[in-house]
Design a protein around this ligand. Structure first.
Ligand code: PMP
Length: 327
């Protein structure tokens, strides 16, 4: 572990190279390691994407300095893009469905971004439409569109995937990660499966989300409380490549919340609901490997804890289950 770091010129230099820490409740002989993405400066995995998107769009000339990046986002991507925008001479504007946490919206505004809300019932699909409508009315504006942009998975293929691979000297038997845009899972699984084709890949989503349909499950859409993962309309998730995924695991709101509370109490990890869901699924994969029910090239499971619980305190993330659930 580095104890001293060189002084840096910009906060953007602190994006990535996050710690990989064992989930202590995983079996002794099949450890689960979680990548702790709240160590990024905007406190989520999406800082990687924010920096990568703004950098690539400027490099490619899709937008000129002084232009506007308009993005539909649940919040974390907005924080990542807004952070990058402060250092790269672009404006940031976000279209956010109302249900997402107040903390995230406050942070985006504090980083200088403009926020436009859309009704929760109309889902991410409406947020995407509104982002495009606004970009059409503006000069020098771009919608990176994280749900469709190959740059999203590429950001993780360039950073998160190699960091995991190097930290474990390539000894990765299974990858388990939540899917919102699916950029995280596609990038990590893409990088690792090129080097280890037999790696087992599990996509994680809330009960009530529809990725499981890609594996033939007969599931219907229902509202859920876990933030940042899941889909109500598979048509918007252009990055999800089912051929890279061995299984889709659904986790209930209750199980995710119980696990995030356990992670705090027993392991000192202040993580949010999508990490709770990832941990439930990753421990389950590890248990199946330990029981001899799943063949993998290495007895090591990797997952991602995308952000921190501090961002959701106002939603009652540590309250009793009934109080946390939206009416
Ligand atoms: N967890 C949280 C808290 C998120 O904000 C996101 C991004 N929507 C994810 C998980 C899922 O990441 P991805 O979009 O790369 O699938």
């Amino acid at each position: 572990m580095t104890t001293h770091r060189e002084p840096l010129e910009s906060v953007l230099e602190t994006v990535g190279e996050t710690p990989l820490v064992r989930v202590q409740a995983s079996p002794d002989d099949v450890p689960v390691y979680a990548k702790l993405e709240s160590f990024n400066p905007g406190a989520s995995i999406k800082d990687r994407l924010g920096v990568y998107l703004v950098e690539k769009h400027l490099e490619r000339g899709d937008i000129e300095p002084g232009g506007t990046v308009i993005e539909p986002t649940a919040g974390n991507t907005g924080i990542g893009i807004a952070l990058a925008a402060t250092q790269m001479d672009v404006e940031a504007e976000f279209v956010v469905p109302e249900r997402f946490s107040v903390e995230k919206q406050t942070l985006m505004r504090s980083l200088g971004a403009t926020i436009v809300n859309t009704p929760t019932e109309e889902g991410m699909k409406r947020a995407i439409e509104v982002a495009h409508e606004r970009a059409e009315r503006k000069d020098n504006a771009i919608v990176p569109q994280q749900f469709a942009s190959p740059l999203n998975a590429a950001a993780h293929e360039a950073t998160t995937g190699p960091e995991i691979w190097d930290a474990l000297d390539g000894e990765v038997g299974a990858v388990v990660a939540g899917c919102g845009t699916a950029g995280t899972l596609m990038g990590i699984a893409g990088y690792i499966s090129e080097r280890q084709p037999d790696v087992h890949v599990t996509a994680v989503e809330p009960e009530g989300s529809l990725f499981a349909r890609t594996k033939g499950a007969d599931v219907d859409h229902e509202e859920y409380n876990i933030e940042g993962i899941g889909t109500s309309d598979l048509g918007t998730n252009e990055l999800f490549d089912e051929s890279l995924v061995d299984e889709v695991r659904q986790v209930s709101d209750r199980a995710a919340q119980e696990e995030l509370k356990r992670l705090a109490r027993e392991e000192g990890q202040l993580v949010a609901s999508s990490a709770g869901a990832a941990s439930v699924a990753a421990r389950d994969v590890a248990d199946r490997i330990a029981d001899g029910d799943l063949d993998v090239p290495h007895e090591t499971v990797v997952t991602v804890f995308p952000d921190s619980s501090e961002r959701y305190l106002s939603k009652g993330i540590y309250d009793e289950y009934e109080e946390w659930v939206d009416d």
